[in-house]
Design a binder for this molecule. Structure first.
Ligand code: ZN
Ligand code: ZN
Ligand code: ZN
Ligand code: ZN
Ligand code: ZN
Ligand code: ZN
Ligand code: ZN
Ligand code: ZN
Length: 459
């Protein structure tokens, strides 16, 4: 290889002359191909922070490229900018490069960026998870509906199997077929044709077409997710689970040891019995569920056969492992009773909690009240269902505070509830009144103009 000249007078890719630089300590992006430069580079002394890869500077002004075999490609000139008909963005990656740092075919108005010239998409892809036959890159620009993500229109890099009339985006090839997302406790699997399963996406809650590819849960018949929603950075942990069997028994918090009798992981010295009608303790406000710390006044409970240990039936059924929209990592149920603050509602929690280990031994805790919330969520305070969103300075329509993290929202009505207010119990005993107080939300809680929630005494 011949040594790089110390300076280049009239480079093809830049208006000023460029000088050779040795490897820099910090990596900078190349002005031409936008990829980072980790070796020596050429830099412009007149413009600040303009660097080029050595090979980007040395690309020839005109070339034949396998991705556009019929005519030569030329480095696009400045004058092309004003040509309305000329294709402005790269045919393959849709990036819109500056003139002088892209190639153009003046016969077909075909444009290719430097990055794709250097690393072109493969002309044929074989042995993919997505399709049983080899897929061939389509070199002309066509509008189509991708068989995997279901999105239609012009998007980059269409691949085709002519035999099956199968068209797919290059970016959608090889997506894993079995994954976990943090909106659902079971694994979800990809299918080419959803068919008559669910019709609503469990991530964005928009419609899912039965004619395109999507993810579905084999346990829950109606649970489906758009392919692209499943790969949202906030949902998928990046792990491909194909071939790894799902182990549902791992998340069960108890073993059945007899008729209505269980051994719960949180109380392993004695057996708990299911009481269908908890008459004995109905009026005793002091007996609280060990998991959620709320009094056990309503509903079925599990009560210890030998000591004073009680769990709501729903709290006894909380799974050992759970996934939340708030995090990509799964959370584990713990019952060690040390007091911690719930990351979502900010309340001190002394009952069970869900824990996720962070880096540097930092933990995130979610109490079981927040951990039992699910989407779509119905609350007495609002007539529509609510969905989790990041609060983004929206205030809660009940307490008027701005939560620091997540809240539940109805988009239609601009109605928000913070997780502190959402998890308030429906009924409480307060020392100021001998009767129970019931949560009242009837102050027209329909949007940002509504009144807050209060506890009122009902007779
Ligand atoms: Zn470059
Ligand atoms: Zn490109
Ligand atoms: Zn095929
Ligand atoms: Zn979706
Ligand atoms: Zn499921
Ligand atoms: Zn409970
Ligand atoms: Zn909480
Ligand atoms: Zn609403």
């Amino acid at each position: 290889m011949k040594p790089s000249p110390p300076a280049i007078e009239h480079p093809m890719c830049h208006d000023h002359s460029l000088v050779f630089l040795k490897k820099r300590e910090v990596e900078v992006p190349c002005e031409a191909c936008k990829k980072s430069i980790d070796g020596p580079s050429y830099s412009c002394l007149e413009c600040i922070h303009v660097y080029f890869h050595l090979d980007c500077v040395h690309l020839s002004k005109e070339m034949y490229h396998p991705c556009h075999p019929s005519y030569p490609l030329e480095v696009a000139e400045e004058s092309e900018k004003n040509n309305q008909d000329a294709e402005k963005s790269c045919h393959f990656c849709a990036f819109q490069p500056e003139k002088k740092v892209c190639y153009h075919c003046y016969v077909c108005t075909f444009t290719m960026c430097f990055g794709c010239i250097k690393n072109p998409p493969p002309l044929v892809i074989e042995n993919t998870k997505t399709h049983k036959h080899p897929l061939r890159l389509l070199l002309s620009r066509i509008a189509f509906t991708c068989k995997v993500c279901g999105i239609e229109g012009y998007r980059s890099k269409p691949y085709i199997c002519v035999k099956c009339d199968f068209l797919v985006h290059g970016d959608c090839i090889g997506l894993p077929r079995v994954i976990n997302i943090n909106r659902h406790d079971h694994q979800i699997s990809f299918t080419q044709h959803l068919g008559r399963r669910g019709t609503q996406c469990g991530f964005c809650w928009r419609d899912v077409s039965q004619y395109h590819g999507a993810y579905f849960c084999s346990v829950c018949p109606n649970y489906t997710v758009h392919s692209l929603c499943a790969f949202n950075d906030n949902a998928w942990d990046g792990v491909d689970l194909e071939g790894i069997p799902e182990r549902s028994e791992d998340i069960s918090p108890f073993k059945v040891v007899g008729h209505n009798l269980i051994h719960h992981f949180s109380h392993n010295k004695h057996t708990l019995r299911l009481l269908k009608d908890n008459v004995d303790i109905q009026d005793d406000e002091c007996i609280r569920c060990e998991a959620c710390i709320h009094p056990v006044q309503v509903g079925q409970i599990y009560s210890c056969t030998e000591c004073c240990f009680v769990l709501h039936e729903k709290c006894a059924n909380l799974p050992m492992m759970k996934r939340f929209p708030f995090d990509r990592a799964p959370y584990m149920l713990e019952c060690d009773r040390s007091a911690t603050y719930c990351k979502l509602c900010g309340m001190l929690c002394a009952g069970f909690r869900y824990t996720s280990e962070r880096d540097m031994l930092r933990y995130h805790y979610i109490d079981v009240n927040c951990g039992s919330l699910f989407e779509p969520f119905s609350h007495n305070a609002h007539s529509h269902t609510l969905y989790f969103v990041i609060s983004e300075n929206n205030y809660c329509d009940a307490c008027k505070r701005v939560p620091h993290d997540y809240m539940l929202r109805c988009d239609k009505c601009d109605f928000d509830l913070c997780l502190y207010c959402v998890t308030l119990p429906e009924k409480i005993w307060h020392m100021c009144d001998e009767h129970p107080l019931t949560l009242s939300c009837d102050g027209n809680m329909s949007g940002k103009t509504g009144a807050g929630a209060t506890f009122v005494r009902v007779n």
